[in-house]
Design a protein around this ligand. Structure first.
Ligand code: NAP
Length: 256
């Protein structure tokens, strides 16, 4: 049994300080709940607290899409928590378009900011503290749509593909310092953001409606399906896991 497991083999995060972006609903809220249950002190962020901040979590409003937003959030995390041992980049998403060629330039930049550069900027601000302390765990949330040709979401899949590549490279850089970096890649998960996007996609392309029947395990994912994988990866149970990409999609998009 590892030092951070309890008698039942559940990961324990007592004494760990975690920052989770986008924790007011959906997958992020599920991750916050799991980390709290495991004993971590958790700070989460969203543009507003109009969603539900899970009980027991601290909250600071921030927009992670800008350099200023990332800097303010990193400063608030150090202020509130005293430092960050666990960093989960969950805030993300994009709206579909009828044509990939019709995605406006500003929207490309916005989607790249939210789904790729927010992680790059926050890591640059918070990973050095982990490196100095000789430990830490970072998780980037990608999308199972990355290897698939989905023109309506091309801005999104390009940003998430970049995130996966970035995550592997950062893992290699930080491994010698004892800091682990992994990616978790969800398929279709029932969340407010996911449902909204799928409704809009079905409106643009009615053949997409009801495609949950394509999930080999027969149902959409739940936020907790993703949160349990994140909990494992940030705990000492995954102490020999870095640079990995944990695809959790009910078997919909097998990767070689
Ligand atoms: N659900 C799926 O089917 C699915 C599939 C594959 C991948 N994913 C990925 O999983 C992650 C979570 O998705 P979800 O479906 O749970 O999303 P969601 O239901 O839309 O929740 C997103 C969370 O992020 C926050 N957020 C959004 N933009 C933000 C910003 N600019 N700055 C700070 N916080 C922001 C939201 O709060 P505010 O709106 O108040 O800011 C909310 O708390 C995303 O990275 C998404 O790409 C989801």
């Amino acid at each position: 049994m590892g030092a951070t497991e309890n008698g039942t083999g559940t990961p324990e995060l007592k004494g760990k300080r975690a920052l989770v972006t986008g924790g007011t609903r959906g997958i992020g809220a599920g991750i916050v709940r799991r980390l709290l249950e495991a004993g971590a002190e958790v700070l989460t962020t969203a543009r507003s607290s109009s969603g539900t901040v899970p009980e027991g979590a601290r909250f600071v409003a921030a927009d992670v899409r800008s350099r200023e937003g990332a800097a303010e959030l990193a400063a608030a995390a150090v202020d509130v928590l005293g430092g960050v041992d666990i960093l989960v980049h969950n805030a993300g998403g994009a709206q579909p378009h009828a044509s990939a060629l019709g995605i406006p330039d500003e929207e490309w930049l916005d989607v790249l900011d939210l789904n790729l550069l927010a992680s790059v900027r926050l890591d640059a601000l918070l990973a050095p503290g982990m490196r100095e302390r000789g430990s830490g765990a970072i998780v980037h949330i990608s999308s199972a749509a990355v290897p698939v040709a989905f023109p309506p979401f091309l801005h999104y899949t390009v940003a998430k593909a970049g995130l996966e590549n970035y995550s592997r490279g950062l893992a290699a850089e930080l491994a010698p310092a004892g800091v682990r970096v992994n990616t978790v890649t969800p398929g279709r998960v029932a969340t407010p953001g996911g449902e909204k996007v799928r409704e809009e996609w079905a409106r643009l392309d009615p053949t997409q409606a009801g495609s949950e029947s394509l999930v080999p395990l027969g149902r959409d994912g739940l936020p907790d399906d993703i949160a349990r994988a994140v909990l494992f990866l940030v705990s000492d149970q995954a102490s020999w896991v870095t640079g990995s990409n944990f695809v959790i999609d009910g078997g919909e998009f097998p990767r070689g």
